[in-house]
Design a protein. Sequence first.
Lengths: 321, 295
Amino acid sequence: MSTATKFKTLKDIPKEEYIAPGNTMCAGCGGILAVRIFHKALGPNVAWVNAAGCMTISVSYPLSPLKSNWLYTAFASAPAGAQGIRDALDVLMAKGKLQKSEDLKVVVVTGDGAAYDIGFQSTAGAIQRDLDFYYLCYDNEAYGNTGFQMSSSTPYASSSKTTPVTAAYPYGNTGRKKDLFEAWRAMKAPYVATLSNSHGVDFLRKVEKGEGIRGPKLYIDFAACPTGWGFDPKYSIEVEKLAVQTGVWPLKESVDGVVRHTYVPRALTPVREYLRTQERYGHLFKPVEKPEAIATIQRSVNDYWAKVAAEESTQATPAPA
Amino acid sequence: MILRVRFHGRGGQGAKTASRILGNAAFNDGYNAQDFPIYGAERRGAPVTAFTRFSESEITERGFIFSPDVVAVMDDSLTADPTASPFAGLRKGGLAIVNTAKPAAEVNGGRTDIAVLTLDLTRRALDTLGKAVLSSGIAAAVARASGITSEAFMRGLVEELKEVGLSDDAISKNVALATAIYDVVSPIKLHTEELPARADLVPLAVVVSGEGTEDVVNTGNSASRHTGNWRITKPVIDYLKCTDCMICYAYCPESAMSAGPDGRIAIDYDNCKGCMICQTECPLRAIGSQMEGLQ
């Protein structure tokens, strides 16, 4: 990023904690880590608006890890809830009943189930109305809270509760992951970014950058899910790092529709190295390796980065398919 | 006669699978059987409850078991956890099977009117399976104590583990573990009390004032939940190697790392769940691990 930033190294991460210890997420949860870092970057004055998902359970009566505000809405309507809060704050400030210093940043936080599927329409509505809000999607690529059923974010060849590996479907999920970044960008949101907890400085800078932009600011965080994806929680950050280094999860942003990749792997690590870390892809390696499915995934990653190279003069050397 | 078994575990230990293995085993042995978990906010490490009922005659009871004849406690930290309350409603004369290395008197929940059987299942599971998954072990203990035949149990075990999708290798390790435990437990004849009418009503846990209240201003109070007792392995900082680079701090999903009064990074063991991300990410290998309960 060209402009001045508070965040030069990971050591610059703000030290205030807005998420208290003792939350009820699984050990090693990438979702709650994303919320924690996002909150640190935004500071204390935040109103979260949540739709059904894992994070909903983090606030379970009578205990809450949040030191800020929280509104829980129906699954489909978190951005509508955000509109209500934003309007109320604006009206109160216009009437002089609320000081400008008491204003809150309104942040929708949902999983991929709400962002990609069930709340897609209300998000589209909020973007179209140019609502001044943040959207943080912690994307664990399935309905993790209910036992890992497929969402439209579930990638090709991932197994899930609803796309199990069977004789008829030896690769699990036959669908492809929806490109939510492009969908949001196509709706003319002024700022859209992808995040990975493993790239903390990039994460913090993107939230910082969003603060200077009025209107919908949308973030998709790659949130490793030890329980759903099937790996030891101690590898949460490693799995996210691998997703970035293999090119499976590109780190990028779009400012007024202009896309820039904020991190380009010099040479892509083969996707195989990423896939083999997780039980949800276990069938691609056991009982025998399925090279054709792995090659399909490698090709789609290579194609993506070839397109990036053509569009932005950056070059990532493809890995063999 | 009907036998009501309630399993208390932590998410990931296999309470639900244990209840299913026992249900299969009882069915294979000619009983009518039910098994089911509570579908709530289960989390790896969070208290989880599952149930099995079996009976020679038709079972007309439905729903959660509030007055079990047997409780199987898969983690001894649950005995003092008010959100789990594993001994709640356990009938007089009933049996508690507790996975622990401690003596029975320390894990009986203060109950002197029940029988307590202790087994160090975690150690056995780690030795045999390489991980602390206890479903096969605890199911074997309950099945043997309640007199289910070895043949019916083993068949039920393999059926369930196949359905869960375990590899043949993992199944044979589980069978070895279950056999070892089945062989050290003896059948126990229970004489649990009959209950008066409406004994199924459960008293609600008291909300401790100041820890949890309906007051929405009471923010950030989850620290009183003490998720530290979810932990199986414990990260330990070697301060001779640590340079306070803050990488572990940045990546801790629990907000359980903080700079101590001396400016050094410190771990909040009351709430650290033991995910061990800090150990993996430490560039100086300054964080080691210890098994909980061992020195």
